[in-house]
Design a protein around this ligand. Structure first.
Ligand code: MCN
Length: 786
């Protein structure tokens, strides 16, 4: 059985993952391996007056203690942000210098100042404690309000008032005119809470310098090893690209946090050359909370105007985005081009304007986290729709329906050209599955037992499949966002696919094999997927932005097209038929309408034995392709969440969560459902539980799982997942990405449900029991005061 497209094939990779046989970065070790421990700043903002390494150097089995002056002295470049944003006044963004080891100043708690290399991990850590750094502490701006206040401490000299950029999209005058004409305006202040990504496997790096070959090898927890190699070579001057091999082996989750090239990998590579040892660093959970790029952290004021029929006539969004102490690799694009172009949601809106001010604070850098910009946009749009419906006394589903885009393609006023979708149908599917008609009875039953029951919607769209290279380039991206693939048919007919996509939990070894098995009619067991190694795969842009389906698989399809063309030529020649009559079916290459056929394995053999190939044909059977999408893909969905709130404690129970999604053609429904479960759970985590909190001194108060609450099984319901398919017209399989949709759509559905239950909109995320209880009390006091 081929187990091709549409088949819920069990994941090939799970055997090794579930039996402890996965090979993660920390599982690799070399004979001459040493360990790195970083000396990190305990202060959020301070000047480095001196570093005394003598006590640490004197400790047994300490190999070296290295600092930022040595690192920059060796020509290691500053860490870059790869997406240039231009402010509305035409000035470029203010990118502050970020050295892998700080030299003059530290700017957040956890900023690396020096590194100890020792024979064991524990000795390295003990010696790191013995490094004495003389700090002159400076005033701290830990939150955007403090960073933007008059006289705020200056975090980077080249960023006056700590502003990175002041950017806009859309037509401000037209939007203001639309709002001025409105019969009703809804205004909301919205906070999108800062999150920590929390992959199960913490970040890790094992760097080896071979002085005989002048060659480096880096095993690392990366979502994009080729991009890592490119940046390490071209910008950080670690080594020329041909002298650096980056391997991202099994990676235990990333959620965005493993896209970036952090100080630790750079330092390990450099230290391996300095010490001539293999240098390994593996983050512990405390370091992960301090140094893995955080996500979200927006403060927004939004205004949405409606005419008398509930049609949106203007939508204005003003957002302040906290990017932390330094600009991480993609950070600048998240609150701009991954955010504002999604503010049209599923709605036909003529006038949208968005202004985003990005600021530095003395906190961990903020970058893409599952959804990256799109959850923030969706939260704003869907909170506005629900709130507006309540204010206008309308059914929230009906208000959405009145504004749905009904025909495609659709050009929004904020850059995006939606290609396909069926929003009313998806909403209908979700409403049926959620038994919306039965909600009043369920609400009454809940009230009878003293509970407040509420229902909340989120009808969302996202843009994934990053990205058409030309469009990305014109908007400031430093790289193209195509993908590559090589399809190698072996002499025995088995197939190896080399892909630039990287799997770190998404099941590519299964789904990529499914499309190949389907195409050539061979068993899925005969197909192997190779990825994550710059010495094996020529180049690739990696995995983020739910791009592996729409972009990575499309490159595989293009390479398979070329293989198929050659197979047909070989078969036509061998079977003495016309190429046009050759079909590939059921593991055979046949002449249509005859009994003439060759087995798939015979074609492979013929290609490599090369005794009977058409004149001039090269032997062998392997083809390469690059796929550059012409547009994003636009997954959409309708989520309906139902909650019961205990008014005495503020505790929320999610009693039902329904999703109806459109991911285009579905390759593996089981994997897609798993992706929805994971994404929705992360969205529920954001809505109910998770928040990174700093005090005013920039100390991280949520630096462990005792303080940062991840969702557990008991916090989430059994999900009801359904699909409606409108294939994407912009890639050969019609696929739309599914990896982020859950995290994008879920938070507003949950908050809309809770605010419906408690009867007040004055509630911010996360809706912890305390936050909900306080919202209930505020609402009671407001009523009493009237
Ligand atoms: N798929 C499918 N049919 C579709 C769309 C996708 O069968 N119509 C399959 C794909 O073939 C792939 C999986 O579903 O096996 C996810 O595909 P896609 O939506 O293209 O997303 P990516 O593979 O590019 O993964 C990235 C995405 C993102 S951006 C984050 S963040 C995220 C996510 O995936 N991080 C994850 N899911 C994750 N899942 C795990 N376990 N771990 C992470 O770190």
């Amino acid at each position: 059985m081929t187990k091709g497209i549409g088949n819920p094939v069990k994941r090939k990779e799970d055997k090794r993952f579930t039996t402890g046989k996965g090979k993660y970065t920390d599982d690799f070790r070399n004979d001459n391996q040493a360990y790195a421990a970083f000396v990190r700043s305990p202060h959020a903002h301070a000047r480095i007056k001196g570093i005394d390494t003598s006590a640490a150097m004197a400790m047994p089995r300490v190999i070296d203690v290295l600092n930022g002056t040595q690192l920059t002295g060796d020509g290691i470049g500053n860490i870059i942000c790869g997406w240039a944003i231009t402010s509305k006044d035409g000035t470029p963004m203010n990118m502050g210098a970020w050295s892998a080891l700080a030299t003059e100043k530290v700017r957040y708690v956890g900023d690396a100042v020096a590194v100890v290399i020792a024979e064991t991990q524990s000795l390295a850590r003990i010696a790191a404690e013995a490094v004495k750094v003389d700090y002159e502490t400076l005033p701290v701006a830990a939150h955007v309000a403090a960073a933007m206040a008059k006289g705020a401490p200056q975090i980077h000299d080249n960023a006056p008032a700590n502003q990175i950029y002041d950017w806009e999209l859309g037509d401000e005058a037209a939007t203001e005119a639309g709002l001025a004409s409105a019969a009703h305006i809804t205004t909301l202040d919205i906070t999108n809470n800062r999150l920590s990504p929390n992959p199960i496997e913490p970040r890790s790096a094992l760097a080896t310098y071979d002085d005989a070959e002048e060659h480096y090898t880096l095993y690392t927890t990366s979502q994009n090893p080729h991009v890592a190699r490119l940046v390490l070579s071209a910008f950080y001057n670690v080594a020329p690209e041909n002298k650096l091999r980056v391997i991202a082996p099994d990676v235990g989750g990333g959620f965005g946090a493993k896209i970036y090239i952090y100080p630790e990998e750079i330092t390990c590579l450099w230290a391996s050359m300095k010490t001539n040892r293999s240098v390994k660093w593996t983050s512990d959970r405390s370091e992960a909370f301090l140094t893995d790029a955080h996500g979200r952290d927006h403060v927004t004021t939004a205004k949405m105007g409606f005419d008398a029929n509930g049609k949106i006539v203007g939508f204005r969004v003003d957002t302040i985005a906290n990017l932390g102490a330094y600009m991480s690799l993609f950070s600048s694009s998240v609150p701009t081009y991954l955010y504002a172009p999604l503010l049209s949601g599923q709605y036909n809106i003529d006038n949208i304007y968005c202004n985003v001010k990005a600021v530095y604070t003395n906190t961990t850098p903020v970058d893409a986290y599952r959804g990256a910009g799109r959850p923030e946009a969706t939260f704003v749009v869907e909170r506005m729709m629900e709130t507006a419906a309540r204010e206008m006394g309308m059914d929230p589903a009906e208000l959405r329906r009145r504004n749905f885009i009904q025909s495609f393609p659709h050009q929004t006023p904020v850059l995006m050209a939606y290609d396909a979708g069926d929003f009313p149908k998806i909403l209908e599917l979700a409403q049926e599955a959620a038994d919306v008609a039965g909600f009043p009875a369920r609400k009454a039953a809940a009230a009878a037992k003293g509970k407040l029951r509420g229902i909340g919607y989120s009808t969302f769209i996202e843009a994934c499949g990053l990205a058409p290279s030309k469009a990305a380039g014109s908007l400031g991206a430093g790289v193209g966002l195509w993908e590559s693939a090589e399809v190698r048919v072996n002499p025995v007919g088995s197939i190896e696919v080399l892909t630039g996509s990287h799997s770190h939990g998404q099941g590519h070894e299964t789904t990529f094999a499914q499309i190949v098995a389907e195409r050539f009619g061979i068993p899925i067991e005969s197909v192997s997927i190779v990825h994550g190694d710059t010495d094996k795969v020529q180049f690739g842009m990696g995995t983020y932005g739910s791009r592996s389906g729409p972009v990575g698989m499309s490159a595989v399809v293009k390479a398979m097209d070329k293989v198929e063309a050659k197979v047909k030529k070989i078969a036509a020649h061998a079977l003495e038929a016309s190429e046009d009559d050759i079909i590939i079916e059921g593991g055979q290459v046949k002449v249509a309408g005859t009994d003439k056929a060759m087995g798939w394995h015979e074609i492979g053999l013929a290609a490599y034995v090369a005794h009977n190939l058409p004149d001039g044909m090269e032997p062998g059977l392997k083809e390469t392709a690059f796929f550059d999408p012409v547009n994003f893909s636009f997954p959409s969905g309708a989520f309906i969440c139902e909650v019961e709130v205990d008014p005495d404690t503020g505790t929320t129970e999610i009693v039902q969560f329904v999703s109806a999604d459109d991911f285009g053609t579905i390759i593996n429904p089981m994997i897609v459902e798993g992706q929805v479960h994971g994404g929705v759970t992360q969205g529920i985590g954001q809505a109910l539980l998770e928040q990174v909190i700093y005090d005013d001194d920039g100390q991280l108060l949520t630096g462990s799982y005792m303080d940062y609450t991840m969702p557990r099984a008991a916090d989430v319901p059994f999900y009801k997942v359904q699909h409606h398919v409108t294939p994407s017209p912009n890639n050969p399989l019609g696929v739309k990405g599914c990896g982020e949709a859950g995290a994008i759509g879920a938070p507003p559905a949950v908050i809309n449900a809770i605010t419906d239950a408690i009867g007040t909109n004055d509630l911010s995320m996360p809706a912890t029991p305390q936050a909900v209880w306080r919202a209930i009390q505020r609402a009671k006091m407001a009523i009493a005061a009237e």
